[in-house]
Design a protein around this ligand. Structure first.
Ligand SMILES: Cc1ncc(COP(=O)(O)O)c(C=O)c1O
Length: 377
């Protein structure tokens, strides 16, 4: 985006005080002996990784999770000092950069381990690594059947320190906890196997938000709650507050007679004389086209339906029933609000047929993030 001051009204407000309060609430839940790693991958789920990490450091956060080496480097460039864990590993090309930046890699692949060992030796350092075991997510992690062989290989990489062992749950947020318990059982068994071979991990960590909120036995030494930290927990947690709010202003208002069609494809036709507000937000902003015919926005605190096809840069809302006449420049809430009419990320996600994570990450770079500073930390 060109470097001009913000002219458009559409804004994602990121409440750093709420973020800090959520961090403290999650830390309080798990107690002082359990470390809380803040996942800030995906630009902190769309909230702005650097601002989020800095706000959390101010309240004692000292561990951050990124997906990519590049994301870790961005944190280091901004002066973030804590543990930066590369959850996705470092890939074929990231070993030297990870070592140079003081990032801690997650390791699950022999080739990666070899490259990291070489990079650490070249830098004259020992490198802490977190080894990931696949206990049933089927994504990243050493498959259980290869665990012993992997440990044997790891023992040869003298520059690598096995600092932690970890795994990731596939469905820790669901009511039926059978699979989560089975994953945890497999994890404990794999760790016991490693200990029996002389490995001494200093930390064990497995819990994402769902596990933190539902499975106390999964807390171990460190938890990794992402979506809960951003105030959109996958299971109810009343102490957590939403961090992001997205608003825009009405761009244009018109009164249409009965029988007038709105937007591409003429999918929506007025059934009464209607006041229609055009909003300067569309799918290029991450307001998905899949919201067509489903979404609502808040105008003067009242839910109004988004009508007609959501366009690339614009969409329309029927504001006929809003009591005070809606004018160009009036504020419209796309994500946020209070009470039963609140439009949470889960609500937007339900309308769009996706999940809260994708809604939050999906707000594009074209929507400026306005970080509302915390009072004093
Ligand atoms: C390895 C790992 N840990 C923790 C998290 C955080 O998950 P959640 O946002 O569900 O808490 C993620 C996110 O996908 C992850 O990949």
């Amino acid at each position: 985006m060109p470097a001009v001051r913000q002219l458009r009204p559409t804004t994602a407000h990121v409440d750093l005080a709420a973020l800090q309060a959520n961090f403290r609430a999650l830390q309080a839940r798990v107690g002082p002996k359990v470390r809380v790693l803040a996942p800030v991958k995906g630009d902190a789920y769309g909230h702005g990784a650097v601002q989020v990490a800095q706000a959390l450091e101010a309240v004692g956060g000292d561990a951050f999770g990124v997906a990519l080496v590049e994301e870790g480097a961005q944190l280091r460039d901004a002066g973030v000092r804590g543990l930066v864990l590369c959850l996705g590993g470092v890939g074929r090309h990231g070993a030297e950069e990870a070592v140079a930046r003081g990032l801690v890699p997650v390791v699950y692949d022999e080739g990666d381990a070899e490259r990291l060992d070489a990079a650490a030796r070249a830098a004259g350092r020992r490198l802490p690594v977190h080894v990931k075991i696949d206990t049933g997510m089927g994504r990243l992690g050493v498959p259980l059947a290869q665990w012993e062989r992997f440990l044997d290989r790891l023992a040869h990489f003298q520059a690598l320190d096995l600092d932690a062992m970890m795994t990731h749950f596939a469905e820790s947020e669901v009511d039926d906890d059978t699979y989560t318990r089975e994953q945890l059982r497999r994890f404990r068994q794999a760790v016991a196997g490693a200990r029996a071979r002389g490995f001494v991990p200093r930390m064990l960590h497995v819990a994402n938000s769902g596990a933190l909120l539902r499975h106390r036995e999964s807390w171990l030494d460190m938890v990794r709650p992402g979506i809960a930290l951003y105030g959109e927990p996958p299971v109810p947690a009343p102490e957590l507050r939403p961090v992001m709010r997205v608003t825009t202003d009405v761009l244009f208002v018109k009164d249409l007679p009965r029988g007038a069609s709105v937007s591409y494809g003429r999918r929506w036709v007025t059934t009464r004389p209607s006041r229609i507000a055009t909003l300067p937000v569309g799918y290029a902003d991450g307001y998905p086209r899949a919201l067509t015919g489903k979404a609502e926005v808040l105008v003067q605190g009242r839910r109004c339906p988004v009508v007609g096809t959501v366009c690339m840069d614009l969409c329309m809302a029927d504001v006929t029933d809003v009591p005070a006449p809606v004018e160009s420049g009036d504020e419209v809430v796309l994500l946020g609000g209070e009470g039963p009419d609140r439009i949470g990320a889960d609500v937007l996600a339900g309308w769009a047929g996706t999940i809260a994570y994708e809604v939050l990450c999906g707000f594009s770079e074209r929507i400026p993030r306005r970080h509302v500073p915390a009072a004093s930390a």
